[in-house]
Design a protein around this ligand. Structure first.
Ligand SMILES: *[C@@H]1O[C@H](CO)[C@@H](O)[C@H](O)[C@H]1NC(C)=O
Ligand SMILES: *[C@@H]1O[C@H](CO)[C@@H](O)[C@H](O)[C@H]1NC(C)=O
Ligand SMILES: *[C@@H]1O[C@H](CO)[C@@H](O)[C@H](O)[C@H]1NC(C)=O
Ligand SMILES: *[C@@H]1O[C@H](CO)[C@@H](O)[C@H](O)[C@H]1NC(C)=O
Length: 458
């Protein structure tokens, strides 16, 4: 039912391309950017069916086949909206954000609710944690005292993902690599992929800075980066690939390039550079940035090379927003990068806004920014992307993340999270769960096909 209402919107979108309310913005005027961002944020929240009776608090319609969105995209949406509040001071969505971010923490206060076990990847769990990290860094309102706190939630996720059960065993060639899926019964448990490791790296770097440059977190982040670089997921010419499988010693590298992988590594490297001021992290940062400007922008407009020439799935349709936001954050942590990044993000954001002419209100956004026109399909990812693009231009370089020593108020617990958490007893597997796991596999195949298509075009 929810699916069909989304399709209906898409149809309306096609019909209304010439409507009058097209999104407009003057990117040289901060007030204009904020006004446009408010509309895009409202349209984003319109995909959250909170007023549907019986709706589960915190999640977007899904997971497939019950709707288009996997659980993680809810976490990504709340993080995007925390960023919106932070950049604009507009608290319109804060009650929704807090309610959702607390509702999905799960029984063990670690962003791993049993309901979503069938598609629970380390990256899925980490996307909620990254939104909690942002809440701590921005001084977003703390949860009530009896609820789990932002920092301790991040620490719980990080601690659990440090545990050996989540990782490639000792003696294997990709030893210590973080697995994609949490549970052995899920497809993808033997896939050691970049996104899981990049999320962990990113959380480690940011936890370190928040906790007054804690060396344990710095070391774990660095070990992760060095590992995936050694395996070859980050190539010598700064391409960031998708991952490889444990039974193949991680050498069957899927060379699909998705911007969120690179953007997470870029932002994490910027945090590490800021803390350490070391040449190593400056070199990694510069290298990753040069690769990203080459591979994820066409004429300075954001583009997903491994799927956009063919078909991007619902997950992939949200990547451009993370690309913009985390490049924006990189300009804060490594101000010298602003000269390179800002002009590109500005051109990209203009292209993003130009195609927001769809939907029944005439200002919904599509995904193909380089095409110059609305592509006929609306979605939460599409709105998140344009919101991310606008926010990356609001007061660039001044929104410095807080730390425990500079005003951050979130309460942590170095021992949060459970040590043995993957041997839970599953509810009987339903058809829906099976389909979910199947779709997760299909994503991998689509990614590989997309990469192939792109290389053929190249
Ligand atoms: C899990 O599913 C049940 C049944 O639909 C629901 O009542 C509950 O709120 C869900 N929990 C979470 C954390 O989503
Ligand atoms: C944060 O600061 C408080 C007060 O100075 C201190 O008690 C606490 O241990 C610090 N936490 C971290 C994570 O450094
Ligand atoms: C670290 O970030 C702060 C805040 O933006 C900035 O002032 C400082 O210059 C950065 N340090 C380096 C080495 O770039
Ligand atoms: C740094 O983090 C580690 C790991 O969470 C923790 O055990 C340690 O106490 C922290 N160190 C300091 C100085 O806070």
């Amino acid at each position: 039912m929810l699916r069909s209402s989304t399709s209906l919107l898409a149809v309306l979108g096609l019909a209304a391309q010439t409507a009058l309310g097209a999104l407009q913005v003057n990117l040289d005027d901060q007030a204009s950017i904020k006004a446009a961002a408010k509309l895009v944020a409202q349209d984003l929240v319109s995909f959250y069916p909170i007023n549907t009776p019986g709706w589960t608090v915190g999640i977007l319609p899904g997971p497939p086949p019950n709707g288009d969105y996997y659980w993680w995209q809810g976490g990504a949406m709340w993080g995007t909206l925390i960023d919106y509040w932070h950049h604009t001071d507009d608290s319109e969505f804060n009650d929704l954000i807090s309610q959702a971010m607390i509702a999905q923490t799960g029984d063990d206060r670690d962003y791993m609710p049993r309901n979503w076990s069938a598609s629970m990847g380390n990256d899925d769990q980490a996307f909620w944690a990254m939104s909690a990290m942002l809440a701590a860094e921005t001084g977003y309102q703390d949860p009530p005292k009896d609820a789990p706190q932002w920092l301790s939630l991040v620490q719980a996720v990080f601690n659990e993902q440090t545990h050996a059960e989540r990782r490639a065993p000792a003696g294997t060639q990709c030893e210590w690599g973080l697995r994609w899926q949490v549970y052995p019964s899920n497809n993808g448990f033997d896939y050691i992929n970049t996104i899981a490791n990049a999320c962990y790296f990113n959380l480690g770097a940011r936890l370190a800075r928040y906790s007054n440059n804690n060396q344990t977190y710095i070391d774990l982040a660095e070990r992760t980066y060095d590992l995936i670089k050694k395996i070859g997921y980050i190539s010598t010419d700064w391409r960031v690939f998708d991952g490889g499988h444990l039974p193949n010693a991680c050498k069957d590298i899927n060379k699909a390039q998705f911007s969120y992988n690179a953007a997470l590594l870029l932002q994490g490297s910027a945090f590490l550079y800021n803390m350490t001021e070391s040449q190593k992290w400056k070199d990694e940062l510069d290298g990753l940035l040069s690769g990203m400007l080459r591979d994820f922008f066409v004429d300075d407009v954001a583009y997903e090379p491994s799927c956009e020439p063919a078909v991007c799935n619902t997950d992939m349709k949200s990547f451009k927003g993370y690309l913009h936001r985390w490049m924006g954050s990189t300009m804060v942590m490594a101000p010298y990068t602003q000269a390179k990044i800002l002009p590109v993000l500005k051109k990209s954001a203009q292209a993003a806004v130009n195609q927001c002419t769809g939907g029944s209100n005439g200002r919904m956004c599509g995904f193909h920014w380089t095409s110059g026109q609305f592509d006929g399909e609306v979605g939460a990812g599409q709105q998140m992307n344009v919101l991310g693009a606008l926010m990356s231009l609001i007061t660039p370089g001044t929104d410095i993340p807080l730390t425990n020593a500079t005003g951050g108020t979130s309460v942590g617990n170095f021992n949060a999270g459970s040590a043995q958490d993957v041997n839970v007893v599953f509810a009987p597997v339903t058809t829906g769960d099976k389909a979910g796991a199947g779709i997760a596999t299909a994503i991998l195949i689509a990614g590989a096909l997309g990469a192939w298509t792109w290389m053929s075009l190249d």
